[in-house]
Design a protein around this ligand. Sequence first.
Ligand SMILES: C[S@@+](CC[C@H](N)C(=O)[O-])C[C@H]1O[C@@H](n2cnc3c(N)ncnc32)[C@H](O)[C@@H]1O
Length: 316
Amino acid sequence: MTPDAPSILAELTSCLSQGGIESAAAEAATILSQALGTSRAALAFADVPAERAQQARTWARHRAESHEPLQYILGTAVSGRLDMAVGPGVFIPRPETELLIDWALRTMPAPVAGQDAASVVIDLCSGSGTIALEVAHAMPSAQVYAVEADSLALEWLRRNAATRAEAGDTPVTVCAADATDDALLPELSGRASAVLSNPPYVPSGADLPAEVADHEPGVALFAGPEGTDVIERLVPVAARLLADGGIFACEHDDSNGAAVTEILGRHGGFGRVNQHRDLAGRPRFVTAVRVRDFAENTRWNGADPLNHEQRREHGR
Ligand SMILES: C[S@@+](CC[C@H](N)C(=O)[O-])C[C@H]1O[C@@H](n2cnc3c(N)ncnc32)[C@H](O)[C@@H]1O
């Protein structure tokens, strides 16, 4: 007899909770919907062919025994409106980063007048490509660049970029490079409408959940004793790449909102530095606008130029 979805769900939930998985019922539903290629909402009415039930049991057992992230086991992670292929060697996109992407899409200034017909958007430390590919999906006219240094992450990034291009999105340009290199993408200097980044930002020695520490790549996580080493070196690169009025957004550790604001203020070439919180209310990303000439700047989506206090605050 073909097993029904509720009884398979109960079996998967029991297997996962016996293995110590906290959100066993939710993960069981994710596993079964992936095995059936259907949405979670449709599970209640789904038939479960025996070989699909077997696949779901195998995934659940693997998860219960290894505690490997479920996204690695299933080979996919939901990222905003897109599914990213992920596996060992690449950082799993997090919901917090969707807030940064949403902010960027709502705030994106027009392309540089007289130079570019399309907005140039650069994702530094791109990982699976979540930021770059979401922007390319939402803004078909943008020229999007995804910069990643790690060879394993690059394999996933190239795979996701190819999948999205096949699905009809404007192709992104993948750059195998160090995002903190002063000489990165020289042809784009002063042309970017947006530089966006979710870089490594965990303070070394921080106590991470075993599921993260034991499985996700250290190069994606850690950035020196304070967690700001990569951000510190990335800010001058972003400043060089951005056009006047271009926007910068950078995710950071929740302990580092003030530190990242200070890094941008110390650089001296940014205005409108703002902190943003995640859905749990923790400081999560900082945004700013590139200002090349504080006296002349009036261009930023038609908004007011920087005021006197902001200029004084940033020492210009
Ligand atoms: C926290 S992960 C974020 C990945 C992706 N942006 C996301 O939100 O899912 C940081 C990524 O930066 C990459 N990375 C670390 N240092 C880098 C550097 N100097 N230049 C380029 N990429 C770097 C890591 O390999 C990793 O893929």
